[in-house]
Design a protein. Structure first.
Ligand code: MEV
Length: 344
């Protein structure tokens, strides 16, 4: 038996722009997805238990066929430049995603014997905190460890990326890298593969006074929001993406120097660009105005369109109080935590 966990992530800067080859900085965040894997009584079956969710049992072949089907829908979507079909198929029954993940991991690792998985998470789903990446990374690690595949973290990350493609069409790969490697990560897509750089040495100190607040469930999934941005006119989208990318090195310098005025300025300017892409909601606007009025910074995270807002203010207590008075339930962010790990 093996139990593993992987953290969620938060973008300090660079979501959406990272899909267009700009760099991004992400931090693993202290909420985790847990997966326990063990050999079952019947080796021809896979049993999946999602705590407080559902329980199901499948023939091994059934899950591999499900993964074949999603692979086919994904390839057709890639050809058409439109992933509506695989997204609709996975949305039709929310349980399918974890089942298809299990099938794809088995296919990739050549596993033909069944097992039992139990999963639980503290990461709010579809909130911009990388819940699907944490699931992809922790399932890959747990199943491969159970069958003693002895994968490197890089390989776990590569497989998790193929699972993220199921969910998001053409994700950048930044989310799964942030949850697999943990800490703080500089990420940029590239022709020969992405640059994934740990910022542990450059930013060794902890980042304090960051607060997260949930602004409500997004109506669209990450894949749908990325697709919506892709369908914006290039002359509107590209300058906004470039301008986010140009701010990333200043963000890193400011983080190294603990230069909080610059960190705030960059967070607020980043948010202005994401807002201009049409990614805000009335609740996010409310939070951002209140935090800015205090002299702080706030930005939506991940695909946005709802989900979590990252806020910063030197006076954390004042920030928490202000957000509570607005009717939200903020909590202090624990940033740059450990990546995927075996817990038992
Ligand atoms: C989603 O958490 C982040 C996006 O940039 C998509 C991606 O990087 O794949 C919106």
């Amino acid at each position: 038996m093996v139990t593993v966990s992987a953290p969620g992530k938060v973008h300090l800067i660079g979501e959406h722009a990272v899909v267009y080859n700009e760099p991004a900085i992400l931090a693993a965040v202290g909420l985790r997805c847990h997966v326990k894997a063990e050999k079952g009584k019947d080796p021809s079956k896979v049993r999946i238990v999602v705590r407080d969710g559902y329980e199901s049992e499948h023939r091994v072949e059934e899950l591999r066929e499900l993964a074949d089907k999603v692979d086919r829908l994904w390839s057709e979507g890639k050809e058409k430049g439109d992933f509506s079909e695989p997204f609709a198929f996975l949305k039709e029954d929310w349980k399918r995603a974890s089942q298809a993940f299990a099938g794809k991991i088995m296919k990739t690792l050549g596993i033909t014997e069944g097992f039992e998985l139990e999963m639980w998470t503290t990461i709010p789903l579809g909130s911009g905190l990388g819940s699907s990446s944490a699931l992809a990374v922790s399932m890959t690690q747990a199943i491969s460890d159970l069958f003693r595949k002895d994968l490197s973290k890089e390989k776990v990350n590569d497989i998790a990326f193929t699972l993220e493609q199921y969910m998001h069409g053409t994700p950048s790969g930044a989310d799964n890298a942030a949850t697999a490697f943990g800490g703080m990560t500089w990420f940029q897509k590239g022709e020969g593969g992405p640059t994934i750089r740990s910022l542990a040495k450059e930013v060794p100190h902890s980042l304090e006074n960051f607060v997260l607040v949930y602004a409500g469930k997004p109506e669209k999934s990450t894949g749908e929001l990325v697709q919506m941005v892709a369908q914006l006119p290039e002359e509107k989208r590209n300058p906004l993406m470039r301008s986010i990318g140009e701010m990333v090195p200043s963000m890193l310098e400011a983080m190294k120097e603990k230069d909080y005025p610059t960190i705030k300025d960059v967070m607020n300017k980043t948010w202005d660009n994401l807002h201009a892409l049409g990614l805000s909601t009335p609740n996010i606007d409310k939070i951002v105005s209140a935090v800015r009025a205090l002299g702080g910074a706030a930005k939506g995270c991940g695909a946005v369109g709802g989900g979590v807002v990252l806020c910063y203010h030197e006076d954390k207590e004042l920030l928490l109080k202000t957000l509570k008075e607005l009717g939200f339930d903020p909590w202090e962010a624990d940033l740059a935590v450990e990546g995927v790990r075996v817990d038992g």
